[in-house]
Design a protein around this ligand. Structure first.
Ligand code: ADX
Ligand code: SF4
Length: 247
């Protein structure tokens, strides 16, 4: 216990240091540093959304040893599967598909219905926990670094997130190389580098999650309005970027 505390404390100090060192670095510089420092010890979670496609482009061009995986909740859009396929072919990679525990999903829908998430926030969180958070936790247990495509401008819940973070629950370093990017910078990169992307983005779906919990937004409307639109902005996190719970 004491040893774990010491290691955690050391890591937190290291993270503060890294945040200072890489304050003005490019996302590529940050990724290059991580690949050198933690070879084959990094996993990148992709939802196949625009930000994650930018990171896939950068990583695929740098190193094939970073594990790129997606959490298939079983409720994704057809267009998202299409993006997965398209991306694999384009970069000649094989994004790992991680599924939830069959028994957990079966019990949940048997007890609460297939579309339980519309009923109350607790059910929505239960569904996200079983379909996303728990599989993520299991998947990341074998790695030192977790890379995500989070940007601080995405929502009120993400404003305080940093480039390098310590995930208390997972006991690992989380890195958000695009944390300071704007939406415009994401799309400029995609166009300039001809990065394949989910065609739903052209139809008003700015932030894409599971099909029953995502809708298109109007021009000028915040991207996250299209996610769990029946909830308050403060509750709109599936849990993978909060604390990971066990059922
Ligand atoms: S969510 O938590 O509200 O769904 P969002 O869609 O904004 O998150 O994505 C933020 C980051 O969470 C992504 O850049 C990615 O790293 C991770 N993420 C979200 N959904 C998935 C998924 N289905 N599979 C893998 N990673 C995901
Ligand atoms: Fe379930 Fe909706 Fe969460 Fe997907 S986004 S895991 S369908 S509650």
């Amino acid at each position: 216990m004491k040893e774990l505390y010491k290691t955690t404390h050391k890591m937190k100090e290291r993270i503060n240091e890294l945040n200072k060192i890489f304050k003005t670095s490019t996302a590529q510089d940050i990724l290059r540093f991580l690949i050198k420092e933690y070879p084959c010890k990094m996993a990148f979670s992709t939802s196949l959304g625009a930000e994650d496609q930018v990171l896939t482009d950068m990583i695929a061009k740098m190193d094939k040893c970073v594990n790129i995986f997606t959490l298939d909740t079983g409720r994704m859009f057809y267009e998202t599967y299409d993006t997965l396929d398209k991306t694999n072919h384009f970069y000649n990679i094989n994004i790992e598909i991680v599924f939830p525990e069959k028994r957990d999903v079966e019990r949940m829908v048997h007890e609460n219905g297939i579309n339980l998430f519309y009923e109350k926030v607790e059910f929505r969180k239960l569904c996200c926990n079983i379909r996303k958070t728990l599989p993520l936790k299991k998947k990341l247990s074998g790695y030192d670094i977790w890379i995500t495509g989070i940007r601080s401008q995405q929502s009120v819940t993400r404003q305080k997130m940093k480039l390098f973070e310590w995930d208390e629950e997972l006991n690992m370093m989380k890195v958000n190389p695009l944390i300071h990017w704007t939406e415009k910078e994401i799309w400029d990169y995609i166009r300039k580098n001809k990065v394949p992307y989910n065609i739903l983005h052209d139809k008003g779906y700015l932030s894409i999650g599971c099909a029953p919990c995502t809708r298109a937004v109007e021009k000028g409307e915040p991207a996250r309005n299209g996610r769990w639109w029946w909830e308050n902005p403060e509750t709109k996190e599936c849990g993978i970027h909060l604390k990971v719970k066990t059922v």
